[in-house]
Design a binder for this molecule. Structure first.
Ligand SMILES: [Zn+2]
Length: 290
């Protein structure tokens, strides 16, 4: 695993200077003085990935998941939906799924005829993917990828906002993509109505798990630096177990009196119910390598 401090106070889009904008969960959110891109101000330790994506991220609630594995079928169905969207533009091929967790998203793609492999920093999740789903999932991060092969598609679903070193990571992703191949990126939309209305209370400002907040336009510019052009963009409703939605909400409300009240009310509803998460603030974009 790479070590050292890599989240700098410079903007990855224009090299402009990051200025502290506000504090959230004890961390500074900075804004680029030149282009407005927002990112975590200050340094992350070299153990960031291990600390943030340890087993607790998948089971401890907070900004992560109360019980990741229980949402497996929902995530697999999401993989299938994305594969069907892509089927309008390409035949199934070979996929690299970055941040594959326990492999459910990748499994959704293989359900639709794709082949592929995953990359996942959490050892236990990667083992689950191999053992329970029979998938090829390696333990590692994109920043350390030594591509032995060229992929038709690299998927980074809710990954880009977490990367410690996106420039290094995307350079590796570009090297692993064949000419004419694609990237599927899904991330939070800082330009969404939800983000603009909520301001600093926007739940996706959740450092240190999330370290970067993009607009679709910024994402397009970033991919362009690596020779990929945007070919499609959209939104997909996200389905969650109610227990997960409740855990995210309580993390955000963080002990306020109305947070405790909402928590009590939500505890009366069974956690296994599946609810559509209001994800107007989440977008996907498809990029093609020239
Ligand atoms: Zn900038």
């Amino acid at each position: 695993m790479p070590t050292g401090v890599t989240v700098s106070s410079r903007c990855i889009l224009c090299d402009g200077e990051g200025r502290p904008l506000f504090e959230k969960h004890g961390h500074a959110v900075a804004e680029c003085a030149s282009c407005g891109h927002r990112f975590l101000g200050g340094a992350l330790g070299g153990d960031h990935v291990a600390r943030v994506y340890g087993d607790d991220y998948f089971e401890g609630g907070g900004a992560g998941y109360p019980d990741y594995l229980s949402e497996g079928e929902l995530i697999r169905a999401r993989g299938r939906r994305y594969a069907r969207i892509l089927a309008r533009r390409m035949a199934p091929g070979r996929l690299l799924d970055v941040g594959a967790a326990a492999g459910f998203f990748l499994k959704g793609f293989t359900d639709q005829g794709w082949q592929g492999m995953g990359l996942e920093p959490n050892r236990r999740m990667a083992e689950h993917a191999r053992r329970e789903l029979g998938l090829e999932v390696e333990v590692g991060v994109l920043e350390g990828l030594e591509a032995k092969d060229s992929f038709d598609l690299v998927s980074m679903v809710q990954v880009i906002a977490h990367l410690r070193d996106p420039l290094e990571a995307l350079a590796r992703a570009a090297a692993a993509t064949r000419p004419g191949g694609h990237w599927l990126i899904e991330t939070w939309d800082r330009a969404s109505w939800t983000a603009r209305l909520l301001g600093r209370r926007w739940p996706e400002y959740s450092p240190p798990s999330v370290v970067r907040w993009f607009t679709p336009e910024e994402m397009r510019r970033l991919a362009g630096r690596f020779g990929l052009e945007e070919v499609a963009r959209g939104r997909l409703v996200k389905w969650l177990k109610l227990s997960h939605a409740r855990s995210l909400l309580l993390h955000e409300l963080d002990g306020s009196w109305w947070g405790r009240l909402a928590g009590k009310a939500l505890r009366l509803v069974p956690g296994w119910l599946t609810v559509p998460y209001p994800s107007e603030d989440l977008f996907w974009a498809l990029f093609r390598k020239l």
